[in-house]
Design a protein around this ligand. Structure first.
Ligand SMILES: C[S@@+](CC[C@H](N)C(=O)[O-])C[C@H]1O[C@@H](n2cnc3c(N)ncnc32)[C@H](O)[C@@H]1O
Length: 178
């Protein structure tokens, strides 16, 4: 008969291996379809939302919402309705827990999916922190789906051939209006 302690240890090792494999697959998958998770610093998030003049009349969509920080700050501090789109299931789970814990479920939500396949037409503000090739690939989706007047705030990376309405130099943030 197996020693119960060894059985428990074996099961724990198995669970740990499964978690590590899921995290590894998530990182590889999200890096293949966009930028990997690098969180925007909180002060920069606030600067982005200020630059876009976000208020309680806005619907903010964050393209690749990571741990949900932009969505949470947009809803909690700026009063906006906020929706995150995130491909990584672990970050979706974590950000949904954070939203619920902060009592923001009526204003903030996270869609688990690939942002290339999601309808963006409800947005009045788009926030994005992706590499420049991803920004460029999204340009036609933005111009076809977003309403005139929708603001796009991009952290760190510009859009090829688009001149920003406003640029914050440090940290680098680009504001565009459709
Ligand atoms: C640089 S992080 C930014 C996270 C968050 N927006 C922030 O500023 O803290 C990029 C995020 O986009 C997600 N992502 C990359 N490609 C994606 C795609 N095609 N659809 C949905 N999410 C994507 C990644 O999983 C990652 O969490």
């Amino acid at each position: 008969m197996n020693d119960p302690v060894i059985v428990i240890v074996n099961n724990l090792v198995l669970i740990l291996c499964i978690i590590i494999i899921i995290i590894g697959i998530s990182i590889v998958w999200t890096s293949a379809i966009g930028a990997p998770w690098v969180p925007t610093p909180g002060d920069t998030v606030r600067k982005m939302l200020e630059l876009a003049k976000v208020d309680q009349n806005d619907t903010v969509i964050d393209m690749g919402s990571g741990d949900g920080r932009i969505i949470i700050i947009a809803a909690e501090e700026f009063g906006a309705d906020a929706i995150g789109i995130e491909a990584d299931p672990l970050r979706v789970l974590w950000s949904r827990i954070r939203i619920r814990r902060q009592g923001l479920s009526n204003k903030a939500s996270i869609i688990w999916g690939n942002f290339y396949n999601q309808d963006l037409s409800d947005a009045t503000v788009i926030t994005i922190y992706q590499f420049e090739p991803v920004n460029n690939k999204l340009k036609s989706k933005f111009t076809s789906e977003l309403k005139p007047g929708t603001r796009i705030v991009s952290y760190s990376f510009p859009f090829k051939d688009w001149t920003p309405i406003e640029t914050n130099e440090d940290p680098k943030i680009y504001l565009h209006i459709i």
